[in-house]
Design a protein around this ligand. Structure first.
Ligand code: COA
Length: 178
């Protein structure tokens, strides 16, 4: 199976929203309810929101394909610029920075190199923005993602909070030198 990663375009908005709705719950901790997750999906991961993200010059969206199916099987989103979150500002050490805001692969494709190909292309894209560091937030109970990020070169630099529906979740802040 060979992977291919490309920059997403506005034609990918519907596929991205579908992918995001399927994969977002995988990143949520056990106490997170379906209603909370759906509220987040409706507010942040709709076709309309992805259409906006794809038009935003401060964002880069990448999609991963394999040779078995026409639709994307994973995606990442980078957001350039100083973070708004005060906890993140206090935690990160490298500037200018870029956020790895989304990193999601369909569950049937985990552990097969798709995420590694996606991360390699995402790091290239992040370097091209001129940023010196890349940061992300990951749920403190999401051990699989933390293992993947550790192997990708991220280190833990702090904690932050993340609102999903009515619940305030606990995240780690991770950072990588580009
Ligand atoms: C995060 C994600 C992109 C990583 O891709 P992946 O293909 O699963 O990554 P890998 O299999 O290469 O690495 C996962 C690591 O966790 C380990 N792992 C697997 N299942 C695990 C589990 N249940 N608990 C803890 N660690 C686990 C793997 O052994 C591997 O560790 P290693 O690097 O030491 O070998 C993918 O799992 C995903 O999309 N998850 C759902 C969405 C998500 O959580 N996104 C991140 C949001 S911040």
């Amino acid at each position: 199976m060979s992977e291919r990663v490309r920059r997403a375009t506005v034609e990918d908005a519907a596929d991205l929203a579908w992918l995001a709705a399927v994969t977002f719950p995988l990143a949520c901790p056990p106490g997170s309810t379906r209603a909370d997750q759906q509220a987040f999906i409706d507010a942040v991961l709709s076709v309309e929101r992805f259409t906006e993200y794809l038009a935003d010059p401060a964002r880069v969206l990448l999609v991963a394909h394999d040779d078995a199916e026409p639709e994307p099987i994973g995606y990442t989103m980078l957001v350039e610029g100083e973070p708004a979150d005060v906890e993140v500002r206090a935690a990160i050490t490298l500037r200018p920075t870029v956020e790895l805001s989304k990193c999601y692969v369909l569950p049937g494709h985990h552990g097969q190199g798709v995420s590694a190909a996606l991360m390699a292309a995402t790091l290239d894209a992040a370097r091209r923005t001129g940023a010196r560091g890349m940061w992300l937030g990951v749920n403190q109970l999401n051990e699989r993602a933390q293992g993947f990020y550790r192997r990708s070169g991220f280190v833990r630099v702090g904690t932050k909070h993340f609102q999903v529906g009515n619940r305030l979740e606990d995240d780690f802040v991770l950072e990588l030198t580009l």
